[in-house]
Design a binder for this molecule. Structure first.
Ligand code: G6P
Length: 579
């Protein structure tokens, strides 16, 4: 039965009375459906793919994460692979998951659906980091991958990411074809699953784990630049690491150890795999509260660097000891600047630096790493928000031979160096960050002093993202209205400084001196970006992972104080424009 044709209440009734709906979900639905707003939100739409897959609350409903919505999209993928034919079915799909509630169950459900189609499935024997999934797709030459995770979202959420044969998150056009197959499903309660024991016996579902871990860990040994430096410094460089209750715990100890970082202290309370993420308000390495436990341990062991990763270990944040003896959180942009400088300095020293190298970032990330990269004479490339676009660029470079990927990052704490993974990889990032700390330590400097050194050389850059929450039923329409309001206005100055260039990524136009030209460097996206006369840039876009609009401001100034004052000034001037 096609659910779209039913009214919302008929849909709710159809779910409620369906014999396949587990008793627990029936009860949950009976309670929640008392609220018409909830019904509208949970059944008024289908869960959509955003910046990084589908994410939703774990509840009944078509706009929620549950066995049936997971089943629907997986069946869509299975039908697409059926259509592609035997070779693709044999290449198969790798399935991985994080420690959230239901993650293992959703992963197994997806395996049974693909298995019922005779599609080869490689299912991880227990939870693993997202970047390991990306690696494994390439390693096993599988056709696709599924990651069950809601990244750093609160514990009530889960999510579903699809990866393509190159190990990158599927770009929108390919996801659309999976969605098309899924939409053709008549009744999501009738999606067939195979029998686990039979599929295991037949080898259609193969468990993977340590065998793949070893291969991934071996590749991770190619990330660091200067082993001698690490050997000389690492013993005197205590590092604190927290997996924030997530998958990082599975491999990190080995990763650090195998790469010469023996003096690593794991935060014991946060090394417990816990779907409640009990010790943190949000398991997000961007948030200061994620470092509270780490800082306590760091003070005890005298650590200069604290590293934390989100539950699926694709993103990494860190805190460093500053001159005042306090732990200071670095932004994703600052981490990227430090890494760019260190990596290219190291490559120059070892003779590996060539003009063919390319560094890739998103359009809302800091310009400082590009300024540094340009000073080393390497190429730079901007892409839209979403690491899938960095993955796409890597594939493009490799296919065309037009450059060699050396580093990709986003301000949202995603970093990647080596293309054996095609999504952000916190394990690679942690190794590089530890080496950055070793580098400054060898020069008798703290990482914070290293940042100051970069500012003195290249300018004082500062960036800030402010989010305007837009939750609730009308959240989406409010976000649209905000974007439209700004589009309808001709903004010639912000805080008294002239707008030199204005880009609308949806209309694909750029305006300079009142003249509009076509601007087709990127796929269409709901983003507006302003470039000001003093090197400031301001961008506005609705988030693709959370109900919020994000305002990004980036400035370049002559001191830290001026830079921060300018960021604040521009944020408030822009907020006025939005009102
Ligand atoms: O700004 P958003 O659309 O919410 O996305 C923020 C981030 O979300 C996820 O972590 C994606 O994998 C990133 O690529 C993205 O930068």
């Amino acid at each position: 039965m096609k659910e779209k044709k039913m009214t919302l209440m008929t849909q709710v009734k159809y779910w409620q009375e369906n014999e396949n709906l587990p008793l627990e979900m029936k009860q949950q639905l009976a309670d929640l459906a008392q609220n018409p707003d909830w019904v509208q939100d949970a059944f008024g739409a289908d869960l959509e793919f955003g910046t990084a897959g589908m994410r939703g609350l774990m509840e009944p409903g078509t706009n929620r994460m549950n066995l049936f919505t997971v089943g629907k999209i997986t069946e869509g993928l299975a039908r697409l692979i059926d259509e592609l034919g035997a070779e693709y079915k044999a290449r198969g799909v790798v399935i991985c998951y994080d420690p959230r509630y239901n993650s293992a169950a959703f992963a197994q459900h997806a395996a049974l659906i693909l298995g019922a189609h005779g599609i080869q499935v490689y299912l991880f024997d227990s939870l693993r980091p997202t970047p390991e999934l990306s690696f494994t797709i390439r390693y096993l030459t599988a056709y696709a991958g599924i990651m069950i995770t809601a990244s750093h979202n609160p514990k009530q959420y889960n999510g579903y990411k699809i990866y393509g044969p190159d190990g990158g998150q599927m770009p929108p056009a390919e996801v659309d074809s999976v969605v098309k197959y899924a939409e053709a499903i008549d009744d999501i309660f009738a999606v067939q699953t195979g029998n686990l024991s039979e599929l295991r016996q037949a080898g259609t579902i193969q468990l993977i784990g340590e065998n793949v871990d070893q291969a991934y860990l071996a590749q991770l040994q190619t990330v660091n630049v200067d082993r001698k430096l690490i050997a000389a410094e690492a013993d005197n460089l205590p590092i604190v690491y927290s997996p924030l209750h997530g998958t990082g715990n599975v491999l990190y100890q080995r990763v650090f150890g195998e790469n010469g970082f023996k003096n690593v202290h794991i935060v014991p309370s946060q090394a417990i795999l816990d779907p409640e993420f009990i010790s943190v308000p949000s398991p997000n390495p961007e948030s200061p509260a994620a470092f509270t436990e780490g800082i306590k341990l760091a003070k005890k062991v005298g650590a200069k660097l604290i590293i934390a990763t989100d539950p699926d270990a694709d993103r990494m944040g860190c805190a460093v000891l500053n001159q005042a003896g306090e732990y200071e959180l670095l932004t994703g942009n600052q981490i990227a600047a430090l890494m760019t400088n260190y990596l290219l300095t190291g490559m120059k020293k070892s003779g590996e630096l060539t003009a063919q190298l390319e560094i890739v970032k998103s359009i809302v990330s800091s310009e400082l790493p590009f300024v540094i990269a340009t000073s080393f004479g390497i190429k730079t490339k901007n892409v839209l928000t979403g690491f899938k676009y960095i993955g796409e660029e890597i594939e493009h470079l490799n296919q065309t031979g037009s450059g060699k990927f050396v580093f990709g990052f986003e301000e949202s704490y995603g970093f990647l160096f080596k293309d054996f993974v095609r999504d952000k990889d916190s394990l690679q990032a942690a190794l590089m960050m530890a080496e950055v700390a070793a580098y400054y330590s060898s020069r008798g400097l703290t990482v914070a002093e290293g940042l100051e050194e970069l500012s003195q050389q290249f300018g004082y850059f500062a960036e800030e993202t402010k989010s305007i929450e837009m939750t609730g039923l009308d959240g989406l329409s409010k976000m649209k209205a905000m974007m439209e309001k700004l589009r309808s206005e001709t903004v010639t100055e912000i805080a008294g400084v002239q707008v030199m260039r204005y880009e609308d990524y949806l209309a694909q136009t750029a305006v300079v001196d009142g003249k509009t030209t076509a601007f087709t460097d990127y796929p269409k996206a709901d983003v507006l970006k302003y470039y000001l006369a003093d090197d400031t840039w301001i961008a506005l876009r609705p988030s693709g992972t959370e109900p919020k609009v994000k305002v990004y401001v980036g400035v370049r100034s002559d001191s830290t104080e001026h830079a921060h004052a300018n960021v604040t000034r521009y944020q408030s001037a822009f907020a006025e424009l939005l009102n």
